[in-house]
Write a protein that binds this ligand. Structure first.
Ligand code: ADE
Length: 225
Protein backbone atom coordinates (compact mmCIF):
# COMPACT_ATOMS: atom_id res chain seq x y z
CA UNK A 1 0.00 0.00 0.00
CA UNK A 2 1.40 3.38 -1.01
CA UNK A 3 1.65 6.34 1.34
CA UNK A 4 -0.36 9.34 0.13
CA UNK A 5 0.50 12.97 0.84
CA UNK A 6 -2.50 15.30 0.83
CA UNK A 7 -2.07 19.08 0.68
CA UNK A 8 -4.62 21.84 1.17
CA UNK A 9 -3.75 25.53 1.24
CA UNK A 10 -6.30 26.63 3.83
CA UNK A 11 -7.80 25.10 6.95
CA UNK A 12 -11.29 24.89 5.37
CA UNK A 13 -9.75 22.79 2.60
CA UNK A 14 -8.40 20.14 5.00
CA UNK A 15 -10.87 20.16 7.93
CA UNK A 16 -13.11 17.42 6.55
CA UNK A 17 -10.14 15.09 6.04
CA UNK A 18 -8.65 15.95 9.42
CA UNK A 19 -11.98 15.07 11.07
CA UNK A 20 -12.15 11.74 9.27
CA UNK A 21 -8.56 10.58 9.66
CA UNK A 22 -7.00 8.85 12.63
CA UNK A 23 -4.04 11.03 13.56
CA UNK A 24 -1.15 9.18 15.22
CA UNK A 25 1.44 11.96 15.06
CA UNK A 26 1.50 15.69 14.43
CA UNK A 27 4.75 17.40 13.39
CA UNK A 28 5.69 20.93 12.37
CA UNK A 29 8.33 21.75 9.76
CA UNK A 30 8.92 25.29 8.45
CA UNK A 31 5.65 26.37 10.02
CA UNK A 32 3.56 23.73 8.21
CA UNK A 33 1.58 21.18 10.28
CA UNK A 34 1.88 17.55 9.14
CA UNK A 35 -0.80 15.15 10.37
CA UNK A 36 0.42 11.57 10.10
CA UNK A 37 -2.07 8.73 10.33
CA UNK A 38 -4.64 6.68 8.48
CA UNK A 39 -7.84 7.21 6.56
CA UNK A 40 -9.93 4.10 5.83
CA UNK A 41 -6.88 2.13 7.02
CA UNK A 42 -4.57 3.70 4.42
CA UNK A 43 -1.43 5.59 5.40
CA UNK A 44 -1.73 9.31 4.75
CA UNK A 45 0.09 12.51 5.66
CA UNK A 46 -2.16 15.56 5.56
CA UNK A 47 -0.76 19.08 5.55
CA UNK A 48 -1.76 22.72 5.20
CA UNK A 49 0.62 24.78 3.06
CA UNK A 50 -0.91 28.26 3.17
CA UNK A 51 -1.69 30.38 0.14
CA UNK A 52 0.75 30.86 -2.74
CA UNK A 53 3.29 28.99 -4.83
CA UNK A 54 6.33 29.46 -2.61
CA UNK A 55 4.48 28.01 0.37
CA UNK A 56 3.12 25.08 -1.63
CA UNK A 57 6.52 24.31 -3.22
CA UNK A 58 8.27 24.28 0.15
CA UNK A 59 5.55 22.18 1.77
CA UNK A 60 5.55 19.65 -1.08
CA UNK A 61 9.31 19.13 -0.84
CA UNK A 62 9.07 18.55 2.92
CA UNK A 63 6.23 16.06 2.36
CA UNK A 64 8.49 14.12 0.00
CA UNK A 65 11.76 14.36 1.97
CA UNK A 66 10.52 13.86 5.54
CA UNK A 67 7.54 11.58 4.97
CA UNK A 68 8.44 9.61 1.83
CA UNK A 69 5.01 9.94 0.30
CA UNK A 70 4.56 8.03 -2.95
CA UNK A 71 1.57 9.97 -4.31
CA UNK A 72 0.57 13.61 -3.84
CA UNK A 73 -2.98 14.91 -4.03
CA UNK A 74 -3.79 18.61 -3.70
CA UNK A 75 -7.33 19.50 -2.70
CA UNK A 76 -8.95 22.92 -2.74
CA UNK A 77 -10.91 25.58 -4.58
CA UNK A 78 -10.37 27.61 -7.75
CA UNK A 79 -11.77 30.25 -10.07
CA UNK A 80 -13.38 28.91 -13.26
CA UNK A 81 -11.95 30.02 -16.60
CA UNK A 82 -14.48 28.19 -18.79
CA UNK A 83 -18.14 29.04 -19.40
CA UNK A 84 -19.19 25.40 -19.09
CA UNK A 85 -17.47 24.95 -15.70
CA UNK A 86 -19.83 26.26 -13.04
CA UNK A 87 -19.69 26.97 -9.32
CA UNK A 88 -19.14 23.71 -7.39
CA UNK A 89 -18.20 21.79 -10.51
CA UNK A 90 -14.89 20.01 -10.01
CA UNK A 91 -11.73 20.24 -12.11
CA UNK A 92 -9.22 17.38 -12.14
CA UNK A 93 -5.82 18.43 -13.48
CA UNK A 94 -4.73 17.02 -16.83
CA UNK A 95 -1.64 19.20 -16.29
CA UNK A 96 -0.60 22.32 -14.40
CA UNK A 97 1.54 25.34 -15.18
CA UNK A 98 2.65 28.70 -13.78
CA UNK A 99 0.81 31.57 -15.49
CA UNK A 100 3.32 34.10 -14.18
CA UNK A 101 6.41 32.48 -15.72
CA UNK A 102 7.13 32.96 -19.43
CA UNK A 103 6.59 29.87 -21.57
CA UNK A 104 10.06 30.09 -23.15
CA UNK A 105 11.61 30.20 -19.67
CA UNK A 106 9.62 27.09 -18.75
CA UNK A 107 10.82 25.33 -21.92
CA UNK A 108 14.46 26.40 -21.88
CA UNK A 109 15.42 26.31 -18.21
CA UNK A 110 15.41 23.49 -15.64
CA UNK A 111 13.25 21.38 -15.44
CA UNK A 112 12.51 22.09 -19.14
CA UNK A 113 8.71 21.59 -19.02
CA UNK A 114 6.01 23.92 -20.25
CA UNK A 115 3.46 22.09 -18.09
CA UNK A 116 3.55 19.30 -15.52
CA UNK A 117 1.40 16.28 -16.36
CA UNK A 118 -0.81 14.72 -13.67
CA UNK A 119 -1.03 10.99 -12.95
CA UNK A 120 -3.44 9.09 -15.23
CA UNK A 121 -3.98 6.55 -12.48
CA UNK A 122 -5.07 9.21 -9.98
CA UNK A 123 -7.27 10.95 -12.58
CA UNK A 124 -9.13 7.67 -13.20
CA UNK A 125 -9.69 7.15 -9.48
CA UNK A 126 -10.93 10.74 -9.10
CA UNK A 127 -13.33 10.43 -12.05
CA UNK A 128 -14.83 7.35 -10.39
CA UNK A 129 -15.02 9.12 -7.02
CA UNK A 130 -16.87 12.09 -8.61
CA UNK A 131 -19.28 9.75 -10.42
CA UNK A 132 -20.05 7.92 -7.18
CA UNK A 133 -20.99 11.26 -5.59
CA UNK A 134 -22.87 12.61 -8.62
CA UNK A 135 -20.41 15.51 -8.93
CA UNK A 136 -19.93 17.23 -12.28
CA UNK A 137 -16.23 16.88 -13.07
CA UNK A 138 -14.02 18.18 -15.87
CA UNK A 139 -10.47 17.20 -16.74
CA UNK A 140 -8.35 20.14 -17.85
CA UNK A 141 -5.36 22.38 -17.36
CA UNK A 142 -5.03 24.19 -14.03
CA UNK A 143 -2.88 27.32 -13.90
CA UNK A 144 -1.44 29.11 -10.87
CA UNK A 145 0.15 32.45 -10.12
CA UNK A 146 0.81 34.77 -7.21
CA UNK A 147 -2.44 36.72 -7.48
CA UNK A 148 -6.17 36.35 -6.95
CA UNK A 149 -7.75 36.70 -10.42
CA UNK A 150 -10.70 39.07 -10.30
CA UNK A 151 -10.79 41.12 -13.50
CA UNK A 152 -11.72 40.58 -17.11
CA UNK A 153 -8.44 41.74 -18.68
CA UNK A 154 -6.31 39.23 -16.80
CA UNK A 155 -9.00 36.54 -17.10
CA UNK A 156 -9.16 36.94 -20.89
CA UNK A 157 -5.41 36.96 -21.38
CA UNK A 158 -5.01 33.80 -19.25
CA UNK A 159 -7.68 32.07 -21.33
CA UNK A 160 -6.03 33.17 -24.58
CA UNK A 161 -2.51 32.14 -23.51
CA UNK A 162 -3.14 28.88 -21.64
CA UNK A 163 -6.60 27.40 -22.54
CA UNK A 164 -7.07 26.60 -18.84
CA UNK A 165 -10.03 25.10 -16.99
CA UNK A 166 -9.43 27.08 -13.79
CA UNK A 167 -6.97 29.22 -11.86
CA UNK A 168 -5.66 29.25 -8.30
CA UNK A 169 -2.44 29.97 -6.45
CA UNK A 170 -0.66 26.72 -5.47
CA UNK A 171 -0.99 23.73 -7.75
CA UNK A 172 1.56 24.53 -10.47
CA UNK A 173 4.34 24.51 -7.91
CA UNK A 174 3.02 21.30 -6.33
CA UNK A 175 3.09 19.70 -9.80
CA UNK A 176 6.52 21.23 -10.47
CA UNK A 177 8.05 19.86 -7.24
CA UNK A 178 6.32 16.49 -7.69
CA UNK A 179 7.74 16.30 -11.23
CA UNK A 180 11.37 16.99 -10.27
CA UNK A 181 11.05 14.32 -7.55
CA UNK A 182 9.34 11.84 -9.89
CA UNK A 183 6.23 11.56 -7.69
CA UNK A 184 2.80 11.08 -9.32
CA UNK A 185 0.36 13.86 -8.44
CA UNK A 186 -3.20 15.04 -8.95
CA UNK A 187 -4.84 18.40 -8.31
CA UNK A 188 -8.55 18.43 -7.41
CA UNK A 189 -10.27 21.82 -7.33
CA UNK A 190 -13.90 22.63 -6.71
CA UNK A 191 -15.02 25.93 -8.25
CA UNK A 192 -15.68 28.78 -5.80
CA UNK A 193 -15.94 31.71 -8.28
CA UNK A 194 -15.51 32.74 -11.89
CA UNK A 195 -12.29 34.76 -11.52
CA UNK A 196 -14.16 37.91 -12.57
CA UNK A 197 -15.19 41.20 -10.94
CA UNK A 198 -17.69 39.30 -8.75
CA UNK A 199 -15.05 36.83 -7.61
CA UNK A 200 -14.48 38.11 -4.07
CA UNK A 201 -18.20 37.91 -3.25
CA UNK A 202 -18.81 34.60 -4.96
CA UNK A 203 -15.69 33.20 -3.32
CA UNK A 204 -16.82 34.10 0.19
CA UNK A 205 -20.21 32.49 -0.43
CA UNK A 206 -18.81 29.24 -1.81
CA UNK A 207 -15.30 28.70 -0.37
CA UNK A 208 -16.49 26.42 2.44
CA UNK A 209 -18.89 24.28 0.43
CA UNK A 210 -16.43 23.99 -2.47
CA UNK A 211 -13.49 23.26 -0.14
CA UNK A 212 -15.44 20.49 1.59
CA UNK A 213 -16.63 19.02 -1.67
CA UNK A 214 -13.09 18.71 -2.98
CA UNK A 215 -11.92 17.12 0.28
CA UNK A 216 -14.81 14.65 0.11
CA UNK A 217 -13.55 13.48 -3.29
CA UNK A 218 -10.08 12.89 -1.84
CA UNK A 219 -11.68 10.92 0.96
CA UNK A 220 -13.55 8.76 -1.55
CA UNK A 221 -10.37 8.17 -3.58
CA UNK A 222 -8.52 7.01 -0.47
CA UNK A 223 -11.48 4.79 0.50
CA UNK A 224 -11.57 3.19 -2.95
CA UNK A 225 -7.88 2.22 -3.25
N1 ADE B 1 -8.76 30.51 -5.78
C1 ADE B 1 -10.10 30.54 -5.83
N2 ADE B 1 -10.53 31.50 -6.68
C2 ADE B 1 -9.43 32.09 -7.18
C3 ADE B 1 -9.22 33.16 -8.08
N3 ADE B 1 -10.24 33.81 -8.64
N4 ADE B 1 -7.93 33.51 -8.37
C4 ADE B 1 -6.89 32.86 -7.79
N5 ADE B 1 -7.04 31.86 -6.92
C5 ADE B 1 -8.30 31.47 -6.61
Amino acid sequence: MKKIGIIGAMQIEIDLLLDKMEVVDELMYAGFPFYVGTLYGKEIVLTRCGVGKVNSASCTQILIDKFNVEYIINTGIAGSLKDNIGICDVVLSSDVTHHDVRKDQMRNLFPFQETFIASEELIKLAVKACASKDINCHIGRIISGECFVENHELRSSLIKNYSPACVEMESSSIGHVAFINNIPFLIIRSISDNADEEAINTYSNFEKIAGEQSASIVSEIVRSI
